[in-house]
Design a protein around this ligand. Structure first.
Ligand code: 6GU
Length: 258
């Protein structure tokens, strides 16, 4: 998968993408991440990318020109023909495991990170990007959200995770929280590992884990156990939340590696 990232702060990314699973995925060429500095796409000589909002008000607005020119330029590069254009914005569709899985099936993504008070609205009307938010809180910029999207998507690209981890992800989640994990020693500062886990009885262990998952979910995230409310599925969610304000159960809590 080819991931282009348009940003005003390309220096924020190399540390995050240069470690662990994302680094290995790039070394194996399972994902390619290309950073584009939108400042290189302004026409004015000072590299100015933002301006005051028409109508007044606080903050600065990311101008349409550097975004259009960056996106247009990189679409002329090879292999971008079927890339999905994504704007990272708190007004977007909420990132979920379902959305990450959908994005992971695309040949490429072009992620556009905003900073400042907002985007010139013509970026939306003219480029018709998909818009994604990573949750209901405000970040200083879309870069952090882009990193989250890349991580959530990359681990779903075939080959990025080992066979064991990816099978677990698919077969085991069931929309519940993780059961408790233990490793050696069997006793640490007086705290013992539950006896069943030391017993070697696989059926008993599976039953215990399933009970623990359910109990933990009931206490911490009872919303995940509620039956799904029937709701219409919007095709390309209009920026913003679902009409009901709810998420589908399958979106709610994918199991994480722990
Ligand atoms: Cl995508 N951008 C910003 N600036 N804040 C956010 C966000 C995105 N998602 C959640 N908060």
């Amino acid at each position: 998968m080819l991931i282009d990232i348009c940003t005003l702060f390309p220096g924020m990314f190399p540390g995050v993408f240069g470690e662990s699973i994302l680094r290995i995925a790039q070394e194996k060429r399972l994902i390619d991440i290309v950073l584009h500095d939108m400042r290189d796409y302004t026409l004015n000589k000072h590299g100015k990318v933002d301006d005051k909002p028409y109508g007044g008000g606080p903050g600065m607005v990311l101008a349409a020109e550097p975004v259009f020119r960056a996106v247009e330029a990189l679409r002329t590069l090879p292999k971008r023909g079927a890339s999905e254009l994504v704007l990272l914005t708190p007004q977007g569709e909420r990132l979920s495991q379902t959305l990450a899985r959908d994005l992971s099936k695309r040949p490429g993504l072009i992620l556009v990170c905003g900073h400042y008070e907002g985007f010139d609205e013509r970026i939306r009307t003219g480029l018709r990007p998909r818009e994604i938010s990573i949750g209901d809180y405000v970040l200083t910029g879309g870069e952090f959200a882009a990193m989250v999207v890349v991580d959530a998507v990359a681990r779903l690209v075939p080959g990025v995770l080992g066979a064991e981890e990816s099978t677990r992800d698919e077969s085991f989640s069931g929309g519940l929280l993780e059961y408790p994990h233990y490793t050696r020693p069997a006793e640490f500062r007086g705290m013992r590992v539950p006896e069943v886990l030391l017993s070697g009885h696989h059926a008993e262990i599976a039953k215990w884990r399933s009970e623990q998952s359910r109990a933990r979910t009931a206490i911490r995230r009872p919303d995940l156990l509620k039956p799904e409310a029937p709701e219409p599925e919007p095709k390309r969610p209009a920026p913003g939340r679902r009409p009901s304000g709810r998420t589908r159960k399958s979106d709610r809590h994918p199991r994480s590696p722990s």
